[in-house]
Ligand binder design. Sequence first.
Ligand SMILES: *[C@@H]1O[C@H](CO)[C@@H](O)[C@H](O)[C@H]1NC(C)=O
Ligand SMILES: *[C@@H]1O[C@H](CO)[C@@H](O)[C@H](O)[C@H]1NC(C)=O
Length: 447
Amino acid sequence: MAVSWVSVAFLAATALGASIGPAAEKQIVEKSICGKVWVTVHSLNIRLGVGQNLLDAIELNWDFSSCANLPNQIGLFGSRPTGWHSALAVYQVTSATGHIITNISLGEPDLPGGWQSGGGLRGPQCLWPWVGAGNEHVQTFNCLKIQPTWMEDYGERINKLRIGDLAIPGTHNAGAWRFDTEISTVTRDSFVLCQDRSIWAQLVHGIRYFDFRIAYYDFYDRIEDRYWLNHNLIRVRPLLPLLREIRAFLDVTREVVFLDAHHFPVGFYDQNGAPIRSVHSGLLHMVQKELGAHIAVATQFYTGPGTKGPTLQTLKDADKRLVFNYVDNTIVAENNWLWPILPHLWANTNNPTALFQYLDRAISTSPQPNARSPLFSAMAQTTPTVLDILFVRGSLRANADQVNRNVTARLASVWRQRANIVSTDFFLANDVVDVSIEISVERSNRL
Ligand SMILES: *[C@@H]1O[C@H](CO)[C@@H](O)[C@H](O)[C@H]1NC(C)=O
Ligand SMILES: *[C@@H]1O[C@H](CO)[C@@H](O)[C@H](O)[C@H]1NC(C)=O
C-alpha cells in the first residue's frame, strides 16, 4: 500500500505532463516511504477561553501500521516540508495510528490554482497546510488538497470503470452549508447545517455526488424561486444558484457529477401521497434549462437492472457528464432522462457503534442482485433523535467529529472492496476524497 501511494502521487505528476526532474518534483503533493499522513479540518469549534473560539483547527492524522519502525515525530508546515526547522508545530508520535488537533486554524484561504471562482490548473493543488512525519528527516508528507480534476487526472486508469464500480466521494444534505433565510437560531445551526463549503468548493475539493432534499413553496412569485434545498422541513437555500454552480463546474472540466433528488419534504405530493405533476415538472424544467447540455439521458446510457451502468469513458466520450437520479418512480417512468431511485444505506441511529455495524453489513451485501440503480450510497453519518434536537444535545458538528475519522479508516479497510458512494457531513474532517480516488485507481488496475 505504501508503494501504491508513492506511485499515485507520481501518477498525478505525470498526468499533468510533467517529466522527470524539477518540474515533476514541483508537482508532488504527497510522498510516503511507508504508511500515510494527511490533513483534516476539525468540525467542532474549540473553546480556548472566555469569548475565544478556535474555528477550523487543523488536524494531523497518521497511519503507520504498515511501517516496520514508527517515525518519531509529526509536524504542521506552511509549505512542502524541507526539514523540521520550517515546522509550525511538532508533536511526538507514540502510536501506529492517531491524530493531533492543533491549535492552528485553517483560516479562510482562497481555493488554490485559480479555482476560487472559476476553472484553474489541472491536477491536485495544495491549500497552505502540509503535514510531515519522520525522524531526523521528513520522509512522509501530504497537504490539504483540492482535487478539481481527479477523474481526468486518473482517466487513463479509471475511465474503463463502470459508474457502479467507482468509489465516489459524496456529501449528505449537500446544500445545507449556510442559511439563506430570514432567521437562524442555535438549534437550527446545530442540527440543520451539515456542510461548511459551497457546492462549487465541494466540487473543487473532489466531491462528485450530491444528496439534495428539495422543497416547493408556492408563495414566491417566480417559479424558479419556489424550489429550495431543505433539511427536512427547514428551508436552507434556494436551489437555482446551486444548479448554476454545478453547471459552471461541468462547463470548465471533464468531470462526471452525480446529482440525487433524494427526498421531497415539502410541496411535491398531495394529501393522498400522489405526486403533484406541475410541481415535479417545474423542477424538471429548471434542471433541464440549467444543466441540460450536460445531462446523460438515462434511456441512452442505462445498462439494465443488476448491472453497474456505463463506463466513465462512455459518459466522457458523449460529453454527457451529469447523472440525475430521482426518488419518484412514477416520474422516472415518464421522463426518459431521469435515473432510477438510488438506494441509500441509512442506519437511522445516533449511535456511532450501531452506525458502523449497520454500514459494515449493508455495504458488504450491496448492491442487491437485481438493483435497478447502478449506484448506491452509504450515508456515513449519525442522525440525531427528536429529543437530541429538543434539548440541543450535541450538534451535527459533534456527531460528525465522532464518526469522520472512523469513516476514513473504514473506507480504507472494511468498505474498500464494495463501497460505491460514501456521503458524509463536514467532509473536510475526513479523507474520503483521497481514499476514494486511491480505491478507484486500485479497482481499475484489477480489470
Ligand atoms: C492548545 O492550546 C492549549 C491552551 O493554550 C494547550 O493546553 C494545548 O496543549 C494546545 N494543544 C496543542 C495540540 O498544541
Ligand atoms: C473509531 O476509531 C477509534 C480508533 O481506532 C476506535 O477506538 C473507536 O472504537 C472507533 N469508534 C467506532 C464507533 O467504531
